[in-house]
Design a protein around this ligand. Structure first.
Ligand code: ADP
Ligand code: F6P
Length: 454
């Protein structure tokens, strides 16, 4: 088999423009051992977005990052990627706001990024493109004469066909996605949803190879970080107050209001728990230029205030709500201090927080994961207490069960999940995906360009 040269990562985020989110943290962990170029946006909004690629290196990684103009970024990122694709792919058609200008802007940024990448490429590069910001990127590259093998990985779920059909321009987007050589999804359900949609709507188009590649974490590295002396000690070490921790970007897909309501129900139904437990919700603001995110912030601060007003007193607060991004060395020991990890998205591609929580636990005295059955991670983490995040009673019951779970059961559940984390870690994810992409490179000719876009 031919050995590839560099792996070229293309993503909206680069290490130059990181945010709390699965993409950057997952990829950084995955690329430590690979000679790679990482290309994407540098986090700057500048009018003269022209032809300015900034290059810098960290270890074996070279980062090539470009600025975008405020208007281009607004149409591409806030408008189409996060105003249409994000809500629709998470089955929130009610939050979808489509405009032709945003769609044109999205295509234009994809075309512009392809043009900026082209002179940086070498013949034996393998190109690996990430996430819904870049669905049409392969088509743009092919039309500009880029012939290197190109794979795509979708970090978020793919919608079921009945929902996907409501996305304006979906047929054009499917054609563009089919210009990739390999399409990777988090779960088998996501992969099947994509293939079924193509069969239904674009029977004339050749669907490229597809596969399920559930993203993982580096369990040993996270465990080591979690073992370190905590920067912050949240709860008494004698566990006189049992901690429940939740960590999510402030996003409407994460089920935060539903979680707060379920917690309020637990407080109402079980007064004997008052003073003995505390929920800490850490939620860094995200996509604050998209109206649905601003609404969520208001709703949550309102709910948090209600819980504190009704159940808190001078000695004890049932809830701590922090809209902050934390460094990983601070975060990991916090997971370890918690008796319960509460991860209850309404729909999620994988959810790395669930895996991080498990990795951070003390094997001798682990906490319990309460996990939404609508997170991709639920297909793998069978030692979690799986819940329906739309059912407050079921969630309250699961929190109660988790808080009082006997030691032997906690350990047994933790061991099952730890084994999964090790068997399906971030390194295995990278190797499997790239092996599949490279195998295609050795056997097939580069496909002809897909139908026209921008
Ligand atoms: P998403 O990609 O939708 O944000 P994931 O759960 O897959 O969801 O990934 C979230 C990543 O962001 C995790 O690696 C998590 O540790 C990190 N993260 C989330 N919230 C915070 C926070 N408050 N501070 C630091 N990192 C965070
Ligand atoms: O996992 C989905 C995702 O959109 C990633 O691409 C990104 O890392 C994360 O959520 C955070 O979102 P954003 O890049 O919009 O801040």
């Amino acid at each position: 088999m031919k050995k590839h040269g560099r792996v070229v990562i293309v993503a909206n985020r680069t290490p130059a423009a990181k945010s709390a989110g699965g993409l950057a943290s997952g990829l950084l962990d995955a690329l430590r051992r690979e000679r790679s170029l990482w290309f994407g946006w540098n986090g700057e909004l500048r009018e003269d977005d022209g032809n300015c690629v900034q290059l810098f290196s960290c270890d074996r990684l070279t980062v090539a990052a470009i600025p975008l103009s405020p208007e281009a970024h607004n149409r591409y990122y806030n408008g189409f990627a996060n105003g249409v694709l994000w809500p629709a792919f998470h089955h929130r058609l009610d939050l979808m706001r489509f405009s032709d200008d945003d769609y044109t802007g999205y295509l234009e940024v994809n075309r512009h990024m392809a043009a900026q990448l082209r002179p940086l490429l070498q013949d034996d590069d393998l190109i690996w493109v990430h996430d819904y910001h870049l669905l049409p990127f392969a088509g743009m590259c092919r039309r500009q004469g880029i012939r290197q093998r190109m794979g795509f990985f979708l970090h978020i779920p793919f919608p079921v066909p009945s929902v996907a059909q409501a996305i304006p321009r979906i047929d054009e987007l499917l054609d563009e996605m089919c210009a990739y050589d390999l399409l990777g999804f988090q779960t088998e359900d996501d992969r099947k949803a994509f293939v079924n949609l193509c069969r239904e709507r674009r029977p004339q188009i050749r669907v490229p190879n597809t596969g399920g590649y559930p993203i993982g974490v580096d369990p040993l590295a996270l465990q080591a970080e979690a073992e370190a002396e905590p920067v912050v000690q949240l709860w008494p070490r004698d566990r006189s107050i049992r901690g429940i921790i939740s960590v999510d970007r402030l996003d409407y897909t994460k089920g935060l209001p539903e979680r707060f309501k379920a917690y309020a129900l637990l407080l109402e139904q079980h007064p004997e728990l008052h003073g003995t437990m505390q929920l800490v919700q850490i939620a860094p603001p995200s996509r604050t230029d998209v109206p649905a995110y601003v609404d969520l912030h208001h709703e949550l601060t309102g709910l948090a205030g209600e819980i504190l007003g009704k159940y808190g007193d001078l000695e004890w607060q049932p809830l701590v709500y922090v809209e902050r991004q934390l460094d990983r060395p601070v975060l990991m020991p916090l997971y370890r201090q918690a008796r319960v990890g509460l991860v209850t998205p309404l729909r999620d591609g994988m959810n790395l927080v669930a895996k991080e929580f498990v990795a951070a636990q003390d094997p001798a005295d682990p906490g319990v994961l309460v996990l939404s059955r609508f997170a991709g991670a639920a297909c793998q983490l069978d030692g979690a207490l799986l819940v329906n995040p739309h059912d407050p009673g079921e969630m309250a019951q699961a929190m109660l069960q988790a808080l009082s779970m006997p030691h032997a059961e906690r350990v047994a559940r933790y061991r099952r999940m730890w084994a999964v984390l090790c068997a399906s870690d971030i390194e295995g994810w990278r190797v499997r995906y790239l092996k599949d992409l490279e195998a295609l490179a050795a056997t097939e000719e580069t496909l002809a360009p897909a139908t026209a876009g921008a």
